[in-house]
Design a protein. Structure first.
Length: 142
């Protein structure tokens, strides 16, 4: 969200709280829509409902699509759940997520709750190697 990137947290919160009922109605009709389920978890986070967002994100770790999994990994990171973030990030890669620049950005996040805080751990190094392998494969295919 632009408001989140611009650090306009109150604007994001108001927007998220107004969007939540619409998303929840949609999910009642389409409970298997992975992107909407991921978006719902983010709306809960932006709306300040951190425990609800965490609970929803935990339910989404079994998604099949790499993009929503990548976004849930980011959500876990924002919530401060580094272990869940790195595990979900690995799952996103295994599910086919291949946006090298976004993956490298995720690994390089040195904010207080960023994944780079895990650098040197076996989990971090394993996903870093996965990203490097995909990057190498991508470069050799060009």
């Amino acid at each position: 969200l632009e408001c989140y990137e611009a650090k306009e947290i109150e604007k994001c919160r108001k927007w998220a709280l107004s969007a939540l009922p619409v998303e929840e109605r949609y999910l009642k009709l389409h409970p298997d829509d992975e992107v909407s389920r991921m978006r719902h978890a983010h709306l809960l986070f932006w709306g300040g409902r951190l425990e609800d967002a965490r609970g929803e994100a935990m339910k989404l770790k079994n998604l099949k699509d790499g993009l929503p999994l990548y976004n849930i990994a980011n959500l876990f990171s924002q919530i401060g759940e580094k272990k869940e973030a790195i595990e979900t990030f690995a799952m996103a890669i295994k599910a086919g997520y291949k946006n090298i620049s976004k993956m490298k950005e995720f690994l390089a996040d040195r904010s207080t709750d960023g994944i780079a805080q895990l650098a040197g751990t076996p989990e971090y190094e394993a996903v870093k190697q996965m990203v490097e392998k995909i990057e190498g494969e991508t470069k050799s295919n060009v």
